[in-house]
Design a protein around this ligand. Structure first.
Ligand code: NAG
Ligand code: NAG
Ligand code: NAG
Ligand code: NAG
Ligand code: NAG
Ligand code: NAG
Length: 346
């Protein structure tokens, strides 16, 4: 075992803060935080390499220190050590209580620090305000590929929190993600739950109005962007975009406002404005329903359902139960496999 290894092991013993100096002045400072393990069948998502058998917790942390791109590590039954490329909590299929998860908060050497995605600066002292901000800082090149689990800290927010980011194309901050391949989350929730948010960021997830409204003050204007993956399209998606996205305050029940729609490539169709427009409508839930027809109960979820004068409630019901997600124009009767909805700085 080399001296450097000893130094590292010494560091890792202090999980919260480790500060060490070796004889040749190579310095290493690594900080882990124990986070949660969540039941999820997609435990292999965002994994780095194969799991490694270790004999101690420290050894597992060291595995993650040695791999620069490791941002969290999971140890199951005290033996099986698995690295992940991003995110706070770890997914595990069965018996998540037999696993522990450690997120790498900072890993600094002479050459600088490697930070959780979203943090930046020489000492990871800054956090991006939203995913468009990350895109302005070039994060799409630093973290290539599609969506990433990232931390953001909107100007109005006191604490950073995790969201799903797509840093490409001006940066999409995703506030609704539907992917029930791995977990099935109920979206039949109360107004209070839609305010606070619920779900598992990488899979079935609603960020919540309180955080979304914090994001919307980062910049003077945001676009609302929809990505849908209809089953007949294979791996191809369709998109739809709206300008001037705004939400009412809590006493206005987070009323939905956009100014106009934009034509996009692979257009999904017009299910937000036009026929059964939801522009100006308040959000309804089964415990706080503004509609004449009890739409939240009929549809089994919360949405900006139409308050008066339609038998349809909405043309787009993206919070519907599994199999009940709809985008009437132009995907009537089409099964939507995945979707995400987010905001982009204008
Ligand atoms: C410090 O020592 C390690 C291990 O012997 C070596 O890999 C590294 O290059 C040295 N660093 C400096 C700055 O000399
Ligand atoms: C919500 O917005 C309305 C209209 O702008 C305003 O009259 C009301 O005072 C606001 N309520 C709160 C609690 O901010
Ligand atoms: C409905 O929800 C809004 C927004 O959270 C809240 O201000 C209002 O008090 C709720 N009303 C009822 C009857 O729960
Ligand atoms: C709007 O609804 C009417 C009546 O149901 C229908 O004829 C028309 O085709 C719809 N418009 C669109 C854009 O689908
Ligand atoms: C939604 O939840 C309410 C309250 O628990 C319940 O009465 C209703 O049946 C649920 N709807 C669906 C579609 O599950
Ligand atoms: C789907 O929607 C129908 C009404 O449109 C409702 O009866 C049914 O319970 C819903 N299913 C789920 C799984 O939410």
């Amino acid at each position: 075992m080399s001296l450097l290894d000893l130094v590292l092991l010494f560091c890792v013993a202090y999980i919260n803060i480790a500060n060490c100096i070796s004889n040749n002045a190579t310095f290493r400072y690594t900080h882990f935080k124990e986070t949660a393990v969540k039941e999820n069948t997609c435990r292999n998502c965002r994994i780095i390499g194969a799991s490694i058998i270790v004999s101690t917790e420290r050894e597992c942390l060291k595995v993650c220190i040695d791999e620069k791109t490791c941002r969290k590590v999971k140890l199951c039954n005290g033996r099986t050590c698995t690295m992940y490329e991003d995110g706070e909590d770890c997914p595990e299929r069965q018996m998540p209580n037999q696993c522990k998860c450690f997120a790498k908060k900072r890993d600094c050497t002479d050459e600088g620090c490697s930070c959780p995605i979203g943090y930046y600066g020489n000492n990871c002292e800054n956090v991006i305000e939203d995913c468009s901000h990350g895109s302005q800082l070039g994060f799409q090149d630093l973290f290539p590929g599609p969506t990433k689990l990232a931390y953001i800290k909107p100007i109005m927010s006191t604490e950073p929190f995790e969201v799903l980011c797509d840093f490409r194309n001006n940066g999409l901050t995703i506030f609704l993600n539907r992917n029930h391949k791995c977990i099935k989350m109920s979206f039949n929730r109360t107004m209070n739950e839609y305010g606070k948010g619920f779900g598992d960021t990488d899979f079935e997830y609603w960020l919540g109005f309180e955080k979304l409204k914090q994001i919307l003050v980062n910049h003077n204007s945001f676009k609302l962007h929809f990505n849908l993956w209809p089953k007949p399209y294979g791996n191809q998606r369709c998109t739809r975009q709206y300008e001037g996205f705004q939400l009412g305050n809590a006493s206005e029940k987070y009323a939905f406002h956009v100014t106009n729609s934009q034509t996009t490539m692979f257009d999904c169709g017009e299910s937000i404005l036009g026929n059964m427009s939801i522009n100006g409508q308040p959000f309804s839930t089964y415990d706080n329903d503004s509609t004449d027809e009890g739409c939240a109960t009929v549809m089994g979820c919360g949405w900006w359902f139409i308050t008066h004068g339609t038998s349809g409630c909405t043309a787009a019901n993206l919070n519907g139960g599994h199999g009940n997600i709809t985008w009437l124009y132009n995907l009537a009767g089409v099964y939507i496999k995945f979707l995400n909805v987010g905001v982009i700085r204008n």
